[in-house]
Every structure is written in C-alpha cells, then in structure tokens.
Design a protein around this ligand. Structure first.
Ligand code: TYM
Length: 342
C-alpha cells in the first residue's frame, strides 16, 4: 500500500523554496495518494525556539498547507508533538542507527558549526526522529526538497537495519520478510533547490539573517517586487539555451523559480526571454510570483485570524494519525520483546 508522508518545521519565515520544493508538491500528491502532512515541532526545538512564538509558527505552517490547497479532511494534517509515538519510535531508532551514520550528516555539521560540543543531542539525533516520523506510518513516498536527500537515505538504512536485526521475530509474528518499507524520496521538478536571492550558491533558507535573501509566503506584493528587483544578477542578458546558464548561478536560480511558478520546463522560459535584459525578466517574474503567492498569503491571514479553527484541524488530524501510529508501536513492542499492556 502506498502512503505519502512529509513534514515542515515551524521555525518561522516559510519561503518560496518551501512552497515550490515541498508544499506545492504536497498539494499535487493528494490527488493520487493518501497523504500525511506534519508540522514537526519536535524537530524545531533541536535549536532554541521562543515558546511565545512557537504556537503561532505551528499554526502558520498549518495555515500555509491549507491555503496552498491541502484538504485536511481528505489527508491527515497535524503537529508532531500531539502524537507521542513519533518520539517513542525515535528512541528505538536511536538504538538502531550508529553514531558513525549520524556523524556523516551534512546538515548536522552545518547547523552545529564549529562548536559541536555545544550542539544539542537532539540536533545530532534529528534524522532518527525524521525516520520515525515516516516509518511510524510505514509511509512509502516522501516528497522533499533536495536538502533532505541524505536524511531520507538514512531513513532507508534504519528501516533496513531494523528489518535485519529483528528478522526472526518479524517473520515469527507474521509480518513477512520486512516490517518497515524503504521509504522512497520524491525529489522532482524544477524547484528541488531554490537558492538565495542574494547569493546563487547558497540555499534559500528560513534562517538566513537577510530577509532580502528569500521571498516569504507572507510577503505582500510591494515587498515581493522590491526583493526581486534587488535580487543579485549578472550584467549579461538572458541566454537562449540552458548551456548559457552555466556558471551563472543567480540567473539560473531566477529562471528556475520562473519555470517552477509557471510549471513549465526551464528551456521554455528561455524560449520566451532569451536575449531579454534582467529588468524585463524580473518584471515578469514579479507579476508571476505575486499572482501565485498573494492568494495564498491572503488565505493564510484569514485562517490564522481564527486559531481555534486551526487547533481543531490539528487535533482531528492528530487523532487519526495516532490511530495508525499506536498500532505500529504495538507491533514494534512485540518485535522487540517488550511486555506491553494487552
Ligand atoms: P524544512 O522545514 O527545513 O523544509 C520543509 C521542506 O522545504 C524544502 N526546502 C526547500 N526546497 C527547495 N528549495 C529550498 N531552498 C528549500 N528549503 C527547504 C525541504 O527540503 C523540505 O522538504 N527535516 C525536514 C522536516 C521533516 C521531514 C520529516 C520531512 C521532519 N520530518 C519527515 C520529510 C519527512 C526539514 O527540516 O524541512
């Protein structure tokens, strides 16, 4: 059975990269799959969070999901901390994953920086919680941006090692050859890695100190126009063919964003704008970005004005998620050999 799972951290500043690389893809997936979309608040606290802002940030991601077009009745939408089985399975996976595996994670190395002694243990174990998010539902497909690829590979390794280490019990209990599936990353389309508007070699990120580096989902039309106009470019006009974008990361990024917003191949963008100056192209890009994002921002404002309604959606989703997750955890207890409540 095919099941989609993905998550977004409620760490503020949801941006165009999150939308094009992930959330817009979540919307597409709901047509053909059962989907579970999670606001991963337990992941957010691996780095310091202001508790007075976190609730609103959780509601904002939820609102973004719904405003983008995810139907919370057809799918399951909830926040991670309401379903305790995520943390429970993550503990088991902490005992499956190896220190060496986690030490190789580039995101940990980047986020911990030089002062690794001072990074939280949670930041180090981040990927085992992510594996638990996916596997507690035995999800098979995970739509994510390119930056999550290594974490998904680790999830596959954890599933495989669990299946191997407990193969006898898994078979004995009638689960067949493997209990957990190998979740497949879906990293597709023209927008798997949107770059900073200030530096085409850096990923667009929620934590970049410069707000001009990203287009936030809540930016108004004027702000979007200003950010695009100020976006770094080079002096050459746009090329007519993709080869002409080589060595021009900023031009490449803006063409990629345009292609993703229009849902067309990058070459088609060059067919239309090859030879044009950036001032012309940026004008068209502003119109396109505003056309896509303004309705989402408006709907997010409407939804977040009623936190009670959002909290009810999250509670309903958490109840349905827990029904699946608790079944998995009971299986896991039996596989591991724990004594459990009958
Ligand atoms: P997060 O919250 O950093 O980002 C959410 C999603 O947005 C994608 N993304 C991007 N895509 C394209 N260009 C960018 N510049 C860009 N920046 C972010 C991310 O790849 C992601 O898909 N670890 C995850 C959250 C998570 C998760 C999970 C995901 C926790 N558990 C289980 C999938 C399955 C993260 O930090 O995403």
């Amino acid at each position: 059975e095919e099941l989609v799972f993905s998550g977004v951290q409620p760490t503020g500043n949801l941006h165009l990269g999150n939308y094009l690389g992930a959330i817009s893809r979540f919307v597409t997936m709901q047509e053909n799959y059962s989907c579970i979309y999670c606001v991963v608040d337990l992941h957010a606290i691996t780095v310091p969070q202001d508790p007075r802002l976190l609730k609103d940030q959780i509601r904002e991601v939820t609102a973004a999901f719904i405003a983008a077009g995810i139907d919370p009745k057809k799918n399951i939408v909830f926040n991670q901390s309401q379903v305790p089985q995520h943390a429970e399975l993550a503990w088991v996976f902490n005992c499956v994953a190896r220190m060496g595996w986690l030490s190789r994670m580039t995101q940990f190395k980047e986020k911990a920086g030089k002062d690794r002694e001072n990074a939280s243990v949670g930041l180090f174990a981040y990927p085992t919680l992510m594996a638990a998010d996916i596997l507690v539902y035995r999800a098979t497909h995970v739509p994510v941006g390119d930056d999550q690829k290594q974490h998904l590979e680790l999830s596959r390794d954890i599933a495989q090692k669990f299946n191997n280490d407990w193969a006898e019990m898994i078979a004995e209990l009638g689960h067949g050859a493997e209990y957990f599936p190998q979740p497949e990353p879906l990293i597709q389309g023209p927008a798997t890695r949107i770059m900073s508007l200030r530096d085409g070699t850096k990923k667009m990120s929620k934590s970049d100190p410069s707000d001009y580096s990203r287009i936030n989902l809540t930016d108004n039309a004027d702000t979007i126009a200003q950010k695009v106009r100020k976006a770094k470019t080079d002096p050459e006009p746009l090329p007519g063919a993709l080869e002409g974008l080589e060595g021009r990361p900023e031009a490449d990024n803006l063409v990629g964003i345009f292609a993703a917003l229009r849902d067309m191949p990058r070459q088609s963008v060059l067919d239309e704008f090859g030879g044009a100056q950036f001032s012309t192209f940026k004008g068209a890009l502003v119109d396109l970005a505003v056309e896509t994002l303004a309705p989402i921002a408006g709907e997010m404002r409407r939804l977040t004005a009623d936190p009670g309604h959002i909290d009810a959606i999250l509670a309903d989703g958490a109840g349905r998620a827990e029904a699946i997750a608790s079944k998995t955890m009971n299986d896991v207890r039996d596989i591991l050999g724990f004594v459990r409540r009958p």
